[in-house]
Design a protein around this ligand. Structure first.
Ligand SMILES: [Zn+2]
Ligand SMILES: [Zn+2]
Length: 225
């Protein structure tokens, strides 16, 4: 079986019809399994579940009484279904709002779609700029926080590949918000130095020719490297 990313799994689940709870016949909610499992040692085997969050669900309502009497716990359980299977099981909840933060509702799905759209647009824009050799425009994408991180990461690689000799200056004067992006920019800077035979002056940090023996900015003598 091919390895699927969480995103691919979600895409598949979004195409499924949501099941109805066998206890109350209400449509179940799509629910993201939290990172930390509350049932010790029991893996969920799936990053998403269908859960009945109907507060009038008879099995959920009985759960409060059952667990109090039998386990001396103040808790109940909600009916769950593993996507694609016909098994309905239970998960414990410790308050009526327990787990509700992980519901993936229509708003989240819409946001996810618009994020995907922004990513698609960003990549296609970058491809056009790259083909045109327009690294100035690619630089604008890289420096603009409105673009999704993955688009900016791609822009960093492209600037490293086709950026002009003054591209480095733009990059070193800018603080990038994430470690992966900063790393991509750092390696782009390295690539640019190599392509344009430049380096940073160790004294004044200005960009100088790799073979320069005197810095043309601070006039210090340099050892060649
Ligand atoms: Zn129910
Ligand atoms: Zn210098």
């Amino acid at each position: 079986m091919a390895f699927e990313t969480k995103e691919e799994i979600l895409q598949k689940i979004l195409e499924m019809t949501k099941p109805n709870c066998p206890h109350c016949n209400t449509e179940m909610s799509l629910w993201e399994v939290p990172e930390i499992n509350f049932s010790d040692g029991l893996g969920w085997g799936t990053p998403y579940m269908f859960v009945c969050f109907n507060d009038d669900c008879p099995s959920y309502n009985q759960g409060w009484d059952n667990l109090k009497e039998n386990m001396e716990h103040y808790a109940s359980y909600r009916c769950i279904n593993s996507p694609g299977s016909s098994n309905f099981e239970y998960m414990p909840v410790f308050s009526p709002s327990g787990g509700k933060g992980q519901i993936i509702g229509n708003d989240e799905i819409a946001m996810r779609e618009s994020f995907k759209e922004a990513m698609k647009q960003g990549f296609s824009l970058l491809t056009d700029f790259f083909v045109a050799g327009d690294w100035d425009e690619i630089m604008k994408v890289l420096l603009s926080p409105e673009y999704p991180p993955r688009v900016r990461l791609k822009a960093a690689q492209m600037v490293g590949d086709i950026g002009g000799s003054d591209a480095v200056e733009h990059l070193v004067n800018y603080k990038f918000p994430s470690k992966p992006l900063q790393e991509a920019v750092d390696s782009a800077v390295q690539k640019l130095h190599e392509r344009h035979y430049t380096r940073e002056c160790p004294y004044c940090a200005e960009i100088i020719k790799k073979r320069a023996s005197v810095c043309r900015h601070c006039q210090r003598e340099l050892t060649s490297c």
